[in-house]
Design a protein around this ligand. Structure first.
Ligand code: ADP
Length: 400
């Protein structure tokens, strides 16, 4: 069975076609600059790492044209057997992936106020794919769904009740497909069934979030109503005093939209030291750059605080798991976090951390009570697997 995984943004469609019997990637690429005067189609025969791929430029006025061009490029491998769509926000309506029909599409549309930048683009991509491939079953997989198992004490803010009941203001969490995939791999590494896994997953990429996993399900996560809450990220502040908006507005006369932009695009690592690429920050820090040192320390300190909080939430902790660009590739950041947690039974093997060997890797001391794992994430494969599982479960498996 071949599953096409689609991730539609406002001006791009990224895709992978995965042969599930391997599983392996048979084609990947993206259509980008949709709506601009010159669009671009990049196609690879496989996952695309390290190769430039075939590049074509063409006017791509809309997603429907983009999707048609993408299918044209896939003509030699034939149409997929199923399509899995990444959808950012499922609100409280979706705890599971959902096979897409008119009512599911309408429910996805009703979540748009919660993710005004992402969900409309996701929906437009779904509509283009449905129109071009009417006979192919399609499934929506939501970034928020994995965290719908959080209990109310974790997901409610201490705000007047009507903000929740009327405006749906609560914590939702994101990166759910990554946390789900990595939980499964971590359980396999520890030879435990996933429903017996207690772990803290640290997804540290340009966007970053921590999740507390009890019995294989999410019981807390650091992102909230939006992906702004929680850890320090590439350009997002993570947690700040919520009064910062009112203070800035009073002190500088800034408009609310500019403050929102400041916290989402000009803060985080970039705000602290002028750049958001952790590789460069690690190098600058090693060369004695003070701003880079501070950015690194603030980043690691915030993660350590969340690890402490989630260790208290979980009680028993089997594994601390690093994933995503920084988590998988930065020994310095892993040491900055896990090298200071001995009091929690988390003891890093510093040599193994520098040279972890084949992935997934265990980089804890043999005597460490909690295993420290590095697990490469694979959100596309998780979406493909969830797509297959949703279709196998048959009709009736829907929202809720
Ligand atoms: P996203 O998917 O959120 O855009 P990724 O998971 O691809 O992000 O992670 C991107 C981040 O990973 C960047 O900050 C980049 O600097 C960092 N990164 C990648 N490789 C390394 C490395 N070898 N050392 C430190 N940071 C790295």
């Amino acid at each position: 069975m071949r599953v096409a995984v689609l991730n539609s943004g406002s001006s791009s469609i990224k895709y992978q076609v995965i042969e599930m019997s391997g599983p392996h990637v048979v084609a990947s690429g993206m259509v980008e600059r949709i709506g601009e005067s010159e669009g671009r189609i990049v196609q690879h025969d496989r996952a695309g790492e390290g190769s430039q791929g075939r590049i074509t430029t063409k006017c791509i006025p809309d997603h429907a044209t983009g999707f048609a061009l993408l299918l044209e490029g896939l003509a030699d491998i034939g149409p997929p057997d199923a399509i899995g769509h990444r959808v950012v926000h499922g609100g409280e309506a979706f705890r599971q992936p959902a096979r897409i029909d008119a009512s599911v599409l309408e429910t996805i549309r009703s979540q748009e106020p919660l993710a005004p930048l992402h969900n409309p683009a996701n929906r437009i991509g779904i509509e283009a794919a449905m129109a071009a491939c009417p006979g192919v079953p399609q499934v929506a997989v939501f970034d928020t769904a994995f965290h719908q198992t959080m209990p109310p004490e974790a997901y409610r803010y201490a705000l007047p009740e009507e903000l929740y009941t009327e405006h749906r203001i609560r914590r939702y969490g994101f990166h759910g497909t990554s946390h789900a995939y990595v939980s499964g791999c971590a359980a396999a590494c520890l030879n435990r069934p996933v429903d017996d896994l207690n772990a803290i997953i640290l997804h540290l990429g340009n966007g970053a979030s921590a999740a507390a996993i009890r019995g294989g399900v999410s019981v807390d996560t650091s992102m909230g109503l939006t992906p702004l809450e929680g850890l320090v990220m590439g350009t997002r502040s993570g947690d700040v005093d919520p009064a910062v908006h009112a203070y800035l507005q009073r002190a500088t006369g800034m408009r609310l939209a500019d403050i929102d932009d400041l916290l989402n695009r000009r803060s985080g690592l970039k705000g602290l030291c002028g750049e958001n690429d952790m590789r460069a920050i690690v190098e600058r820090r090693a060369a004695g750059d003070e701003r880079a040192r501070l950015a690194f320390e603030v980043f690691c300190y915030r993660v350590r605080k969340y690890v402490g909080a989630y260790a208290a939430v979980l009680g028993r902790l089997d594994a601390l798991v690093f994933t995503a660009g920084i988590g998988e590739h930065s020994p310095a950041v892993r040491a900055g976090i896990a090298g200071h947690l001995d009091a929690l039974g988390i003891e890093l093997d510093r040599e193994a951390n520098e040279k972890p060997g084949p992935m997934p890797a265990d980089v804890s001391n043999p005597g460490s009570r909690v295993r420290i794992l590095i697990v490469p994430t694979n959100e596309e494969l998780e979406i493909a697997r969830q797509t297959v599982a949703c279709l196998a479960a048959g009709p009736g498996r829907e929202s809720t």
